[in-house]
Each structure stands twice: as structure tokens, then as C-alpha cells.
Design a protein around this ligand. Structure first.
Ligand SMILES: [Zn+2]
Length: 445
């Protein structure tokens, strides 16, 4: 089956090759960038006449379960540590239905905003939710989004000097055993992989030093990536100095994580020497602008990190600190905050689009996604410019970012349409919202 996505208003491929008349998709792969007419007959035409065509967007950090605690009154207007302390006891009661509902909600939001690849960092496990990642795998497969699910973990409870309450931490043996089980069960290594696993101890203040080390050893044994939160707030820097006697990047080095199979969420409070060490080691960073603004954590030095050699992508972060899962809007947030930091001549809308596409693909070490090119996976997003917010716009690509695109007209993942006419294909959104409201009410009372 050959489909021609025909004559978009504009195409941003993420590289130098133009595709003025669209692309041809065959199976799960892009087989032609069209400039004129396709070289051979096609079976189906998708008229993209009113749309801008982009590579599918890549989300590099999230906590799906937090969609159940968005805009929660008891967690409003707090910075990270106080915010976490007010939410941990609620998250401790997550059950299977809550994980299923929140994963479904977050993935639907992501798809509708043009996202085709997402990660999730699920780190709350209790006696009643030992199979959180299994549920997420089932949901992401059903909804047809490409996923890198991380087996998160917390092992340093309050009684051992950590931040989380003891009831949400697990012992290290259970964590490592379950991590290995999930890698064996779900991790795909083929080109076009739809589901991969990574290991993700939560943060220096919620995981023991031993578990950081052992997670790295296990990940490398199986060739999977490593992920954690780092240098998000000054409080975290202070915690590391007090508890470990070193700053976060030194701590990372001590536990064997200063390496090119690691990506970090946030990455804000580094000095220039630390950025050079991160860059030369090949550590990647997920920039999470909305979350950093809501929790007033700081501004990630994205340009310096890229200059130092880090791959940088964008993450919406968990929906208790964003509180949305809209990736095209997050690209706008990155554009705005990075411009504020570096000046209007130094950050363009294309820089922001790169963060949300090619940057994310590099962060995940994926050669097969993140841009529109022959042989890449057919992951694309189309945004219709026939909306009031774009009316009168000059440059159609700049308009997406500057006028605030917020919903995709159509989204394709691995050659399958997942969104058409702003609607999810084969998904009853009313049912999704109903399940989500029920689960949120049960959790937060
Ligand atoms: Zn996070």
C-alpha cells in the first residue's frame, strides 16, 4: 500500500532535503520525498493542501500517572521538594485502573498534539501496583504510539535520609529483578521498534547509591538506556552536597552514569565545566520548560549544552507539574524561554522544532525517527493552518510555533493513521475521559 501525502502548504523535514509536494509512505516507511510528482503510481492520496507537514514529535520525559493529580489544590504554588512531599502520599495509592486510565489519557493527549514517540518515567510501585509497566505497554501498543517505557524506581525512603515516604520505596533486589523481567519481555532492538525499555532510578534524593550503580550495570548488560532526574533545582544540589559531599554531576560520575547511554530530565543547575564533562561523555538532556516554569526551578542552558556536545530533546514532564501533555505547545514554551535566556537573534522557531524532533531522536539513539527522509519510519504530524489563530500568518512553519499550534489535523505512526480530522482513530474519547475522572476522584477523593 502506497500513500501520497500530497501538496502540503509547507513541509519542514528536519534536514536539508526539500519535500515541496509531500511524501510517499509505503508500509511503515517513508519511501519518497516528492518534488513534482511521485516517481510511480500510488494507491491512495491524502490531500494535505491546508496543512504543514512535520516529522512526528518526540517526547523525552513524562510521568503519565500524574494526569490524575493535575491542578491539585494541595500541590499548587509549591517548589519541587514541597510539591513532591504533598503528592507522594496520594501517588502511593495508585492502582491498576488508575495506571491504565492515566496512561490512556496522556497518550491520547500526546497523539492529538502531534507526538509519535514518547517515553514515560513510572517510578511509583507499591504492593498493589507491581505491574505498572506491563499495563503501560499494553496501552501504548493498543493506541499505536511508539514508546520507550522506563522502569523507574525509588529505594531511599525518609527513614534512610531520602525524600519519599517509606511506603513508596522498594528494595533494590525486587527493583532489579523486575527491571530484567521487563527488558526480556518488552525491549525491541529492531529498526522501527515500537516498544523499548530503559532503566530509570528516580533521582539522587530518592534512590540509594548502590541502586544507581547496579541499575547501570544491568542496563549495560542488556544494552538499554538509563534515565534519571538531575540538576532540576538548587535544593537538589544542596541535598547532594550534604548527603554525598559532591555536586550532582560528580555524583553521576561516581555511580558510573557519566556515559553516552544516559539521558537526564531537566539539567538546569550546571556550571560550564560540568556541561563540558556531560557533553564529552555523550550524556543527553530532556529540556522540560513548562515544568521548570511552574515549579520555578530555573532555565536549562540548552544552547551551552548543545555546544558542549549533549543531545537535547523536549519533555512535557509529568502532568502534575505542566499540567498538560501537549508537545507542540511545549515546543513553543521551549522557544519562548530559550529566547528569553539567549536573545531573539540566537534562538529560532526551527531551533525549537529541532529540539522536539531530531534532538529527541538523537537522545534516544534512534536513527529511524525524528525527521522526514527516505528510509525513516513514517512518523509524521500535519497541522491545519485554516484556523483563526493562524489567519494572516506569513511564514507557515514559523506560524506553528509563534501563533501557538495546539492540535494536529492528522498524525501517522509507523505508516498507520492514529489521528484524522483532529480525532483519534478508533478511540472513544468520552470513555477515556470518563475512566480518567473516575480514577482521579478515587485517588484524590
Ligand atoms: Zn519528571
Amino acid at each position: 500500500m502506497k500513500t501520497w501525502i500530497k501538496n502540503p502548504t509547507a513541509t519542514w523535514t528536519g534536514n536539508q532535503t526539500p519535500a515541496a509536494n509531500g511524501i510517499v509512505v509505503e508500509g511503515s516507511v517513508i519511501t519518497e520525498l516528492v518534488n513534482g510528482e511521485p516517481v510511480s503510481a500510488v494507491d491512495e492520496i491524502y490531500d494535505a493542501g491546508k496543512c504543514v507537514l512535520l516529522p512526528g514529535l518526540v517526547n523525552c520525559h513524562h510521568h503519565f500517572y500524574q494526569t490524575l493529580t493535575r491542578a491539585l489544590p494541595s500541590a499548587l504554588n509549591k517548589e519541587l521538594f514541597d510539591w513532591l512531599a504533598s503528592l507522594y502520599p496520594i501517588w502511593a495509592n495508585l492502582d491498576e485502573e488508575a495506571i491504565r486510565a492515566s496512561t490512556t489519557t496522556a497518550v491520547c493527549e500526546l497523539l492529538l498534539s502531534g507526538c509519535t514517540t514518547t517515553t514515560d518515567h513510572h517510578y511509583v510501585f507499591s504492593d498493589q501496583t507491581t505491574n505498572g509497566i506491563d499495563i503501560q505497554a499494553e496501552v501504548t501498543e493498543r493506541l499505536g504510539i511508539r514508546a520507550i517505557l522506563t522502569r523507574g524506581s525509588m529505594s531511599l525512603g525518609k527513614s534512610d535520609g531520602g525524600l519519599p515516604p517509606d511506603e513508596v520505596v522498594q528494595n533494590a533486589d525486587d527493583i532489579l529483578k523486575d527491571s530484567e523481567r521487563l527488558i526480556h519481555r518488552f525491549h525491541q532492538t529492531n529498526e522501527g521498534a515500537m516498544l523499548q525499555i530503559a532503566l530509570a532510578p528516580c533521582s539522587p534524593f530518592s534512590v540509594t547509591t548502590e541502586l544507581m550503580r547496579d541499575s547501570a550495570v544491568l542496563a549495560r548488560e542488556h544494552g538499554v538506556l538509563l534515565h534519571t532526574h538531575l540538576a532540576e533545582t538548587m535544593d537538589e544540589n544542596d541535598f547532594c552536597l550534604e548527603k554525598f559531599g559532591v555536586r550532582p554531576v560528580d555524583y553521576l560520575e561516581q555511580v558510573g552514569w557519566l556515559a553516552n547511554d544516559v539521558w537526564l530530565a531537566h539539567g538546569i543547575h550546571f556550571d560550564s565545566q560540568e556541561m563540558n564533562r556531560l557533553g564529552s561523555s555523550g550524556v543527553a538532556i530532556s529540556h522540560c520548560p513548562s515544568s521548570n516554569m511552574i515549579l520555578a526551578s530555573g532555565i536549562s542552558p540548552v544552547k551551552e549544552l548543545i555546544k558542549a556536545g549533549c543531545a537535547v530533546g523536549i519533555g512535557v514532564d509529568g502532568s502534575a507539574s505542566n499540567d498538560a501533555s501537549n508537545l507542540i505547545q511545549e515546543i513553543r514554551q521551549a522557544f519562548l524561554i530559550q529566547r528569553l535566556k539567549y536573545g531573539s537573534a540566537n534562538v529560532s522557531h526551527k531551533d525549537a522544532l529541532h529540539l522536539g524532533t531530531t534532538g529527541g531522536a538523537a537522545l534516544f539513539h534512534r536513527q529511524d525517527i525524528g525527521e522526514i527522509a527516505v528510509g525513516k519510519q513514517a512518523d509524521v504530524a500535519l497541522f491545519n493552518l485554516e484556523e483563526l489563530r493562524f489567519s494572516g500568518a506569513g511564514d507557515p512553519i514559523a506560524a506553528l510555533v509563534l501563533c501557538g499550534a495546539h492540535r494536529a489535523e492528522a498524525v501517522m505512526v509507523a505508516g498507520r493513521w492514529r489521528v484524522r480530522e483532529h480525532q483519534l482513530v478508533d478511540i472513544d474519547l468520552a470513555q477515556v475521559m470518563n475512566d480518567q475522572k473516575k480514577a482521579a476522584l478515587k485517588l484524590t477523593g
